[in-house]
Design a protein around this ligand. Structure first.
Ligand code: DHB
Ligand code: MG
Length: 226
């Protein structure tokens, strides 16, 4: 009986394949002692395809880590596109920049160092983002969702990572701060009139987790479900 790891391996080798540039980015991340919490390859390609499906030219990523997902986004927006990726740790940001340069996309990515709460206000007044990926400290999910709506426009796609956390998101009494952050994110997506959202559970090499997917709507405009 195949396991979910067998399925993940099959899907990854069949639909994603291997790429020496992405492998090098992950090796550098590993060598630097960063945790292997980047999105799984099947998930990275899912984000990449969503970005292309949305026709996104401007992507905002909150949480760069070593730049693995950032490379996928940079490839999705193409040569004329732009990715702004926010990273709290300056050493991670340096590593990500090196990985992005090696991938040949350094010129279309702006890695900004600082906490989201400090960097996000500086993006106000820029052209709206078409796609926002939130994958940083889970405790700040609602803050990041608020900024996603403010820096986006009706139609902006918002993806929030790690919203299932081994099932714990369904436990209203969970005490873990990351689980609470995931719960608050889902509750906000379900109640804030600026979003129309759903979420999918995922089972990949990182185990049981999930992603929430939302579109920014005109506040006051009825969502598809209402
Ligand atoms: C964690 C963070 C992530 O972004 C992820 O994809 C998996 C785990 C964490 O902080 O536990
Ligand atoms: Mg994540």
């Amino acid at each position: 009986m195949p396991t979910h790891d067998d399925v993940d391996a099959f899907l990854t080798r069949t639909l994603v394949g291997s790429d020496p540039i992405l492998d090098a980015a992950l090796s550098a991340q590993h060598a630097a002692g960063l945790p292997s919490i980047e999105v799984a390859p099947v998930n990275a390609k899912f984000l990449h395809l969503l970005t292309r499906m949305a026709g996104a030219r401007r992507v905002l990523e909150i949480g760069t880590l070593g730049g693995y997902s950032t490379i996928w986004f940079a490839r999705a927006v193409g040569e004329g596109g732009r990715v702004v990726s926010i990273e709290a740790e300056s050493a991670n940001a340096e590593l990500a920049r090196a990985n992005l340069r090696r991938a040949g996309v350094g010129d279309r990515v702006d890695v900004r160092v600082g906490r989201g709460a400090d960097v996000l206000p500086s993006l106000e007044g820029e052209e709206a983002f078409d796609f926002v990926f939130i994958d940083a400290d889970k405790e700040s999910n609602t803050l990041y969702l608020d900024w996603a709506a403010r820096l986006g426009r009706p139609g902006t796609v918002v993806v929030l990572d790690n919203v299932v956390r081994g099932g714990d998101v369904a436990d209203a009494d969970a005490t873990d701060s990351k689980v609470q952050g995931a719960r608050r994110g889902i509750l906000m997506l379900g109640s804030d009139p600026r979003f129309d959202a759903t979420a999918l559970q995922t089972l990949d090499r990182k185990g049981w987790d999930g992603v929430a997917l939302a579109i920014v709507v005109d506040a006051g405009e009825a969502g598809a479900a209402s």
